[in-house]
Design a protein around this ligand. Structure first.
Ligand code: MF3
Ligand code: CO
Ligand code: CO
Length: 256
């Protein structure tokens, strides 16, 4: 028996609202991302915006995570802990990952941001990673298998000479922060369960310039960096399987 929750209309509406708010948080924070700003300040702005919208930041105290968002710079793959000591400087690339709980429903999304002029290799990595997410999203439709998401993502990433992080995955989301299934970003064609209308999950590829392997910081228990300290990028959306394809619940780009 599949443990993947098929959401009902009421749940879909709730998750749609929360996801939209998470997307709006990323829009809102963009104005504050600049040289000299520390990532704890960004986290405080994120928490304030979320609470002002009657929602809760899901990361805070999640398995002991100490902050309201994940902010991951340069060689940090994911789960970067916002800190007053992490100060943005020209050339930095960073992922800001926001998960909201609104009326009990979860929405999860992340974007890349840049500080000042960044290198060509960073620009190319970010562009390719965004394309990986879009290719994955195009695979979302009823009766397609989850493995095809990871298949197309890895095929494209490898064609550009990049590696795909395999130790962190996308996930079912909505009623809980992390639900079944695990959505692999590198997988074999036509493997895994079939997608069904009403399933909601994230796709969140982490793509590396160097090796795929990550290292978790032993002191804080969270910060995941590339083993070779080369750059990593990530984008994430929360996706609903519809009757004939998908709806990107965290996409707010058409509203501005
Ligand atoms: N938002 C992350 C994800 O995409 C999870 C962060 S867990 C935390 O799944 F505890 F670090 F916040
Ligand atoms: Co996620
Ligand atoms: Co996330």
């Amino acid at each position: 028996m599949s443990k993947i929750i098929i959401k009902n209309q009421e749940q879909i509406e709730g998750i749609r609202k929360s996801s939209k708010l998470a997307g709006e948080v990323l829009k809102y924070i963009a104005q504050y991302v600049k040289e000299g700003v520390n990532t704890e300040y960004l986290d405080n702005k994120i928490e304030e915006f979320i609470r002002d919208h009657n929602a809760i930041p899901a990361p805070l105290n999640y398995h002991g995570f100490p902050k309201s968002s994940c902010i991951s710079l340069n060689e940090v793959v994911c789960h970067g802990i916002p800190s007053s000591k992490t100060i943005l400087k020209p050339g930095d690339i960073l992922n800001i990952d926001v998960t909201t709980i609104l009326d009990g429903y979860f929405g999860d999304t992340s974007n890349m941001f840049t500080v000042g002029e960044i290198s060509d290799k960073a620009k190319k990595l970010i562009k390719a990673t965004k394309h990986c997410l879009n290719l994955g999203i195009e695979q979302v439709k009823p009766e397609n298998r989850f493995g095809n998401i990871g298949f197309v993502i890895a095929r494209y990433a490898h064609s550009k000479g990049y590696s795909v992080v395999y130790e962190f995955c996308g996930h079912g989301v909505g009623i809980e922060f992390h639900e079944e299934p695990q959505v692999d970003h590198i997988a074999r064609k036509n493997t895994g369960e079939k997608m069904k209308p009403g399933m909601i999950f994230t796709i969140e590829p982490m793509i590396n310039i160097g090796r795929a392997k990550v290292n978790i910081n032993q002191e804080d228990g969270w910060t995941a960096t590339t083993i070779d300290n080369k750059l990593s990028a990530q984008f994430e959306h929360t996706i609903l399987v519809t009757n004939n394809g998908y709806e990107i619940l965290t996409d707010v780009s058409d509203e501005y």
